[in-house]
Design a protein around this ligand. Structure first.
Ligand code: SF4
Length: 315
């Protein structure tokens, strides 16, 4: 189909809030401070946050990223990523005399604490999230015999509980709010006695970023979410925009944009995942500016003032 170029004024709607959340900010600063205080190298288990740009910048400064704590030389310093780790990882680190710095987001730690509480109460725990994601692996490790990962409503018919009266659910912090509601409802129909966390586990940052994308998608012809492919919350933002009926792409930075995508877009919505540094969004704004999108309006749905202190010894 031949593309019809637009003739009206072009505009960018910029989501607020977008980008770094308090947990990511703390995790990145943890590695930076650990390098300052202890000197290079500092080992980091897994990507500290799911953003390639951030990982490459920290690697240049002396961080060494490993997949498992068992790859870290005995006695060395290792930082655990924002996504959290299971108790088995802490045990391994202790067995190798590693000096650990835990950059787990406090909101992820809160889910671990809930998992421990439900497990102590003898409950089967349905953990709603993506199997294989680091956060889910870490949380599931709190009670591997009691936790069952549920990825979507389609899984609900196939799960079981030793005692249907003693059942609980927890969720990954970065899921789309609406999807979680659907799974929880389906689980509750099968297990009416199911209890949940004290407060919703979807974190404030995921919620706010999703709300902002919903607001701008309704006014946009096209939405770009800046984030890495393996970033759960960035992928959720793309889904939120698409569910609002808008074409949406996940892009690493401006170099991922196919110029054909924007030929028919008068208004482009722009946001970024919680692990994306704002410099990458600024580069996309500059790219669009050069192509006629000079008018930039910020669409603000919430203001955030959450701050988590750095781990002890680094503040
Ligand atoms: Fe923490 Fe939420 Fe950020 Fe994840 S997205 S690191 S849970 S604040």
């Amino acid at each position: 189909m031949p593309s019809i170029a637009i003739s009206g004024p072009r505009k960018v709607l910029l989501a607020a809030p977008r980008g770094y959340c308090a947990g990511v900010d703390r995790a990145v600063q943890t590695v930076e401070r650990a390098l300052e205080v202890h000197g290079a190298p500092v080992y980091v288990r897994k990507e500290i946050v799911h953003n390639k740009h951030v990982v490459e910048e920290l690697a240049k400064r002396g961080a060494i990223f490993v997949e498992q704590e068992t790859e870290v030389p005995e006695g060395a310093i290792v930082v655990f990523s924002a996504h959290g780790v299971s108790p088995a990882v802490h045990d391994n680190a202790a067995a190798h005399s590693l000096r650990t710095i835990d950059a787990t987001c406090p909101l992820v730690t809160k889910v671990h604490v809930e998992a421990q509480r439900f497990a102590r109460g003898g409950r089967t725990i349905f953990l709603i999230g993506h199997a294989g994601h680091e956060e889910i692996e870490g949380t599931a490790g709190e009670a591997p015999d009691r936790i069952v990962v549920v990825e979507g409503p389609g899984d609900v018919a196939n799960v079981d509980a030793a005692d249907p009266e003693r059942v609980a659910y927890l969720t990954q912090t970065t899921l789309a709010v609406d999807d979680t509601v659907e799974v929880v409802e389906a689980l509750r129909q099968r297990f009416p006695a199911m209890v949940g966390p004290k407060h919703d586990d979807i974190c404030y940052a995921s919620q706010n970023r999703q709300e902002a994308v919903k607001a701008l998608a309704a006014r946009s012809d096209l939405v770009f979410i800046v984030g890495s492919q393996n970033s759960s919350n960035s992928n959720r933002l793309v889904e939120v925009a698409r569910e609002a009926g808008t074409v949406a792409y996940l892009i690493s930075d401006e170099t991922s944009i196919d110029p054909d995508w924007i030929t028919q877009a008068e208004v482009i919505g722009l946001s970024s995942g919680a692990s994306t540094p704002d410099v990458l969004v600024e580069r996309v704004v500059a790219f669009l500016h050069d192509r006629g999108y000079g008018d930039v309006e910020e669409v603000t749905v919430a203001t955030e003032d959450v701050h988590f202190p750095l781990p002890a010894g680094l503040d």
